[in-house]
Write a protein that binds this ligand. Structure first.
Ligand SMILES: [Zn+2]
Length: 102
C-alpha cells in the first residue's frame, strides 16, 4: 500500500520534520501532523553498486527538496534521475520512494 508521507509540524515555530522527532530544535514538543502534498525536486542522488545484503544493485537513492523539508528516499528501478527532476514522495511498506512526476 502506498501513502503520502505525514510530516510533523511544530506548533510553536512551524518547522516541519520527516522523519519524526521527539523535540523541535526550538524546544517545543507540541506537534501537529500534515500530509505532504507538495512535489519536490531532486537536489542530490547517488547510485550504489555494492548495496547491503538483501538489495539488488544498482540501488539508487536521492534527496528531494519539498520546500518545508528535504526527504531522503529510494528511486525506482529503471528511473534515471537528474538534478532538478520533479518528484513526489510515497511510503510503501515503510520505505520512502521518490517517484518522478510525469
Ligand atoms: Zn519549533
Amino acid at each position: 500500500m502506498e501513502r503520502k508521507p505525514v510530516l510533523q509540524v511544530c506548533r510553536a515555530c512551524g518547522k516541519a520534520y520527516y522523519p519524526r522527532k521527539a523535540r523541535c530544535y526550538c524546544g517545543s514538543t507540541e506537534f501537529e501532523e500534515r500530509v505532504l502534498e507538495a512535489k519536490g525536486r531532486i537536489v542530490t542522488f547517488t547510485i550504489i553498486h555494492v548495496p547491503p545484503a538483501g538489495f539488488q544493485p544498482p540501488l539508487k537513492v536521492a534527496i528531494a527538496d519539498f520546500g518545508v523539508v528535504k526527504i531522503l528516499g529510494r528511486l525506482e528501478e529503471g528511473y534515471e534521475p537528474g538534478l532538478g527532476d520533479q518528484v513526489e514522495a510515497l511510503e510503501r511498506d515503510g520505505v520512502v520512494f521518490l517517484k518522478p512526476v510525469s
